[in-house]
Design a protein around this ligand. Structure first.
Ligand code: FAD
Length: 405
């Protein structure tokens, strides 16, 4: 019979999902190995929102003290035209912290640091390996034999694939990405730039859309630096996947002559230390479990950064998965089934794209853009604010399961 102290679990991926589940497993006394393909924690990412259930999870996991140290104080969202003139503003308090700027905002990289700091404090049963990944999985009824890139095969009771939207674990245990992923019509990029001296209001997220593309600048907690946010609407080009030069070229082409601070951002992009670019993809799995392999975070349920819910889904999923494993360590099949049953109702809502997705966000013509901006402006009017809040708080009625501390 397995107990939490005899289980051995492998987590593939040291992002928010992988680190959050590792933390909870370690706290439950489970020997946990994490393999992260990068050579060190990956920096980068703009502000991620913690709302309703994900905020509750952060509180229950005791992360709030760490989060408070990095918490961003964003004043609101400002849409500007090519000359930098306000089209409209959405102050955070206009939506009681339930609008585009959530009550709790922290950059993805800082949240990962909070998790890693907590992990170190319960590291007794931890084996954390950077620059490592799985090359092969063979499972039987009682466990999984895993071969690693560095050579060698080891046995685990369970493998958790938390290796992101292009998950290799998913490919090995469930099938190719094309079976589960849907291209949502574009790409997003995030990277750090020096804060421009003028043309933005400090503390505000400023966005400038043009047909098919938008460029934004968002505070990141350090007055000297900011995060650039780029969104592109275009056909999928598989050749872009690993070609950073081609990714940057596409951004430059689509934002050429965009006005406002676009040229400044494009220049800073050339030397940014943490360029991130990926296609907007939704991942829908018919099931999250295949024997002794389960999926967590973007690997199993990605709605794309457009939902603003990727980190929320990762945190809530990690909390439930670890909670269920700790509830029945001697029956992992039942634990995984309960994990899936509990998280799916949350995912169904969290994956909904607020406001119709890229088509509404980035129209292809000047006329369409004007109409979209007029709609956005309308949402700032009192009678329409509840509509906006409802769109962004779609998971607020989700009831989070409770587990023993
Ligand atoms: C650098 C970075 C910046 C991001 N910025 C934003 C942002 O600004 N806004 C936003 O909404 N979302 C962003 N995301 C996505 C966001 O982090 C996720 O949607 C959400 O937090 C769920 O995280 P995840 O852990 O499931 O996936 P991810 O955050 O993608 O983490 C997956 C981890 O697995 C690692 N990995 C990949 N393949 C393997 C493998 N074969 N073996 C082992 N490890 C592997 C990756 O290096 C990564 O550390 C970013 C992701 C990354 C990696």
């Amino acid at each position: 019979m397995s107990t939490t102290s005899t289980l051995r679990i492998l987590v593939a991926g040291g992002g928010i999902a992988g680190n959050a589940v590792a933390l909870q497993l370690l706290r439950a006394g489970v020997a946990t190995t994490v393999v992260e393909r990068a050579d060190a924690p990956r920096p980068g990412g703009q502000a991620v929102d913690l709302r309703s259930a994900s905020r509750e999870v952060a509180e229950r996991m005791g992360l709030m003290e760490g989060i408070a140290k990095f918490q961003l104080h964003e004043e609101g969202l400002n849409l500007v035209d090519r000359k930098g003139k306000d089209v409209y503003r959405m102050p955070a308090d206009m939506f009681e912290g339930k609008g585009p700027v959530a009550e709790i905002e922290i950059t993805r990289g800082d949240l990962n640091e909070v998790l890693l700091t907590e992990i170190v404090s319960v590291s007794e049963r931890l084996d954390y390996r950077y620059g490592e990944w799985i090359t092969d999985l063979t499972q039987d009824e009682s466990g999984v034999a895993v071969t690693f890139a560095s050579g060698g095969t080891e046995r685990f009771d369970l493998v958790i694939g938390a290796d992101g939207v292009h998950s290799a674990t998913r490919r090995m245990a469930f099938g190719p990405e094309e079976e589960f992923g849907t291209y949502l019509g574009g790409y997003m990029s995030f990277f750090t730039i020096p804060t421009p001296k003028d043309g933005i209001t400090p503390g505000w997220m400023t966005m400038h859309p043009v047909p098919r593309a938008s460029v934004g600048i968002r505070p990141d907690g350090d007055p000297v630096t900011s995060k650039a946010i780029i969104t592109l609407r275009c056909d999928k080009d598989p050749a872009l996947r690993r070609d950073v030069a081609a990714q940057k070229q596409l951004i430059s082409d689509m934002l050429a002559k965009a006005g406002w601070h676009a040229d400044y951002v494009l220049e800073a992009m050339a030397t940014t230390p943490d360029f991130y670019f990926d296609e907007l993809e939704r991942v829908d799995m018919p099931t999250l479990n295949a024997g002794r392999v389960t999926l967590l975070g973007d690997a199993g349920f990605c709605g794309s950064p457009m939902t603003g819910m990727g980190t929320a889904m990762a945190l809530v999923g990690a909390y439930i998965l670890a909670g269920e494993i700790a509830s029945s360590p001697d029956d992992l099949t039942a634990a995984l089934a309960r994990y899936e049953a509990a998280i799916v109702p949350f995912l169904d809502k969290a994956k909904e794209l607020p406001g119709g997705g890229l088509k509404m966000m980035l129209p292809t013509t000047e006329f369409g853009l004007k109409a979209a901006l007029t709609m956005g402006k309308m949402m700032t009017l009192k009678p329409f604010r509840p509509i906006m809040m409802k769109m962004l708080e779609q998971t607020s009625d989700y009831v989070l399961p409770t587990y023993r501390a």
